[in-house]
Ligand binder design. Structure first.
Ligand SMILES: Nc1ncnc2c1ncn2[C@@H]1O[C@H](COP(=O)(O)OP(=O)(O)OP(=O)(O)O)[C@@H](O)[C@H]1O
Ligand SMILES: [Mg+2]
Length: 238
């Protein structure tokens, strides 16, 4: 069994007086695909943001390769090899697709840039076709692909994605999940936050269910998919 790359222990996070995360513990091993599912407002994005130090955890530990990220400032965490694809994508709208991709390599320099750009265009042929198009004019699904490609250009050890399926048509969602699956097969460590429980659980090696800021359930993706409570609450089927 490979070693734990991210070990979140008893994390509590507040927005002012409001507690958004309650004693959250979860772990991710190198090479695993882990999904976190939960309803609107459950605290999923807050957990991802807490990993990056904004908001800061009030208590608990977030051990990344053994180092406690809660003791670092947000800008120090940024250089640790964890890539984030945030909710809402945040691509550079006025730059071209290709320029956005190249920017993703900034943290590691240009040593692998040609090789990695070619890999991104293989993973996402749509981006290759549109390499000279302004990113702001891409469709939502294409922008999501671009955000993922840009994150991968930094050769992160781990990639965190916040609702990559949000607002996208089923066909595009399937394409994006099939890329994530391929990345997982190639050994990339992936932490995926999703309301789309069906896709997220099918993809995941293991998954966690968050309710009101707490982890309520965990198991393999297949176990949770088969669980009647999960089916009722998140899959809209019985
Ligand atoms: N900046 C903020 N200030 C105050 N409260 C916040 C802030 N951001 C989030 N919250 C609250 O924290 C709780 C968790 O929100 P969060 O965005 O983490 O949920 P989520 O699971 O990502 O939901 P969604 O699926 O809708 O994206 C919610 O009650 C939300 O209103
Ligand atoms: Mg969210």
């Amino acid at each position: 069994m490979s070693e734990t790359i991210l070990d979140i222990k008893n994390v509590n996070t507040f927005y002012g007086p409001i507690q958004a995360l309650r004693d959250v513990s979860l772990h991710i091993r190198t090479g695993e695909i882990i999904s976190l599912i939960g309803a609107n407002g459950a605290g999923k994005s807050t957990l991802l943001m807490t990993i990056f130090g904004a908001p800061k955890a009030k208590s608990g530990q977030i051990l990344y390769k053994g180092q406690d990220l809660t003791l670092l400032q947000a800008h120090q965490i940024a250089g640790k090899g964890i890539a984030q694809v945030p909710e809402g994508r945040r691509i550079f709208a006025k730059m071209t697709v290709e320029e956005n991709i190249m920017i993703g390599a900034l943290p590691i320099g240009d040593k692998y840039i040609d090789e990695d750009r070619a890999t991104m265009f293989e993973l996402f042929p749509r981006l290759k076709e549109r390499r000279n198009q302004r990113a702001g004019t891409l469709s939502g699904g294409e922008q999501q692909m671009l955000a993922i490609a840009r994150a991968l250009m930094g050769r992160p050890d781990m990639i965190l994605l916040d609702e990559p399926s949000l607002g996208l048509a089923p066909l595009i969602v399937r394409q994006i999940f099939s890329v994530l699956k391929e990345l997982g097969k190639n050994g990339k460590t992936i932490f995926l936050v999703e309301q789309n429980a069906n896709h997220a659980l099918k993809l995941a090696d293991r998954a966690y269910v968050m309710v009101n800021g707490e982890i309520r359930m965990t198991g393999t993706g297949a176990e949770l998919l088969a669980n009647p409570e999960i089916r009722d609450a998140y899959l809209g089927s019985h």
